[in-house]
Design a protein around this ligand. Structure first.
Ligand code: UT7
Length: 333
């Protein structure tokens, strides 16, 4: 049976640490509010001159090294992001250039915080259909250059961090061997405006105007409580759906990785499903919410930190703008 297995993981976050104390210089907030409501202590933001391409490149090279392979072994690149290097054509093409990927195809995929899982599902389908043998999946985000860091944008700006993670997936024939057992993804477009950046917009007579900037419509906005409520409903739902589709029991999962949007969301999901803390890993305290980058970064940290042994089962679950949500279950090795 052909399965997509993870041959290598990698991550890259900027060196610049932005603490909650730093936030208080720009907006009316406190370390106490941010930690209590979100669990975040600090996040990484890019330095001037550093962009999505650089983070995606760092994560990719680390994943290739981990797999013991080089770029000539990659057949296709899928890159999930909501914060493109350039809106047109995106980020993956600049990553392609940076790693000298010859003429292999690359695709930008937009499913926000669930982007990594959407990309994983597509990579899996491409591998199992024998279209490509090795697919590089990258989740990459630079939020910091597009945030309203005044008091007006404080609810959303304190949660976002910059970072990229990558995995190299390859076809593996071993009977009952390691690899992706199941990925399920969903969307509900009627809630798209609950967490979005309205402008620039190609639906407007002029895509970007001074008025959009003056009205601050170029910054992301969120109905936080509404998003929270949906996240804590959809995440357990899709996690259980995915395990059931893979015929895996909840108690057989060795490690649960959740999207890193808010530590309180993850605590809520864990308590709803009775998952012990010892089976959960979070890094939001150090890195904030890196959207599409969050899960592959966490996976790279789990792999490198000795949290995953061959044969173990890992469950990944996310929820985000769109709305989008999804879950995957992987047998490690
Ligand atoms: O990654 C994509 C998915 N995103 C998420 O899943 C995020 C989901 N939402 C959340 O995590 C939470 O809604 C937030 C952490 C973003 C906000 O927490 P909240 O408990 O929902 O706060 P709120 O927006 O309802 O605001 C409560 C109060 C307000 O003040 P008043 O109106 O009660 O006086 C806000 O103005 O907290 C105020 N507030 C802040 N105060 C200090 C909002 N942001 C801040 C801040 N510092 N940074």
């Amino acid at each position: 049976m052909l399965r997509a297995r993870i041959a290598g993981t990698g991550m890259c976050v900027p060196d610049r640490v932005v603490t909650n104390a730093d936030m208080t210089q720009w907006m009316d907030t406190t370390d106490e509010w941010i930690q209590q409501r979100t669990g975040i202590r600090e996040r990484r933001w890019v330095e001037p001159g550093q962009g999505p391409r650089d983070l995606a490149q760092g994560a990719t090279l680390a994943a290739l090294e981990d797999a013991g392979l080089d770029v000539s072994n990659v057949d296709c690149i899928l890159l999930a992001t909501l914060s493109a290097q350039h809106d047109f054509p995106g980020t993956s093409f600049f990553l392609h250039e940076a790693i000298d990927a010859g003429d292999i195809p690359c695709i930008d995929l937009r499913a926000q915080c669930s982007g990594f899982l959407y990309a994983l599902q597509m990579a899996d389908a491409l591998i199992v259909a024998r279209r490509y043998h090795r697919v590089l999946v990258v989740g990459c985000e630079v939020h910091s250059t597009g945030l309203d860091i005044s008091t007006e944008g404080r609810d959303i700006s304190v949660i976002f961090g910059d970072g990229a993670g990558a995995v190299l997936l390859e076809g593996s024939e071993a009977e009952d061997g390691p690899g992706l057992l199941e990925v399920r993804v969903h969307a509900e477009g009627k809630h798209a405006r609950k967490l979005w950046t309205e402008s620039p917009s190609s639906a407007e007579p002029s895509r970007l105007t001074h008025e959009m900037i003056d009205d601050r419509r170029i910054f992301p906005v969120m109905d936080g409580r509404f998003v929270f409520k949906h996240a804590v409903t959809r995440m357990p739902e899709v996690l259980l759906e995915t395990l059931s589709a893979a015929s895996v029991k909840l108690e057989d999962i060795d490690l649960f990785l959740f999207h890193q949007a808010n530590l309180r969301i993850n605590e809520f999901v864990a308590s709803k499903l009775n998952i012990p803390e010892s089976k959960i890993m979070n890094n939001i305290q150090r890195l904030g919410n890196c959207s599409a980058g969050a899960l592959p970064i966490l996976l790279a940290e789990a792999s490198r930190g000795g949290r995953l042994e061959p044969g173990q089962l890992v469950s990944l679950t996310a929820f985000g703008s769109g709305f989008t949500w999804g879950s995957a279950v992987i047998r490690w090795g």
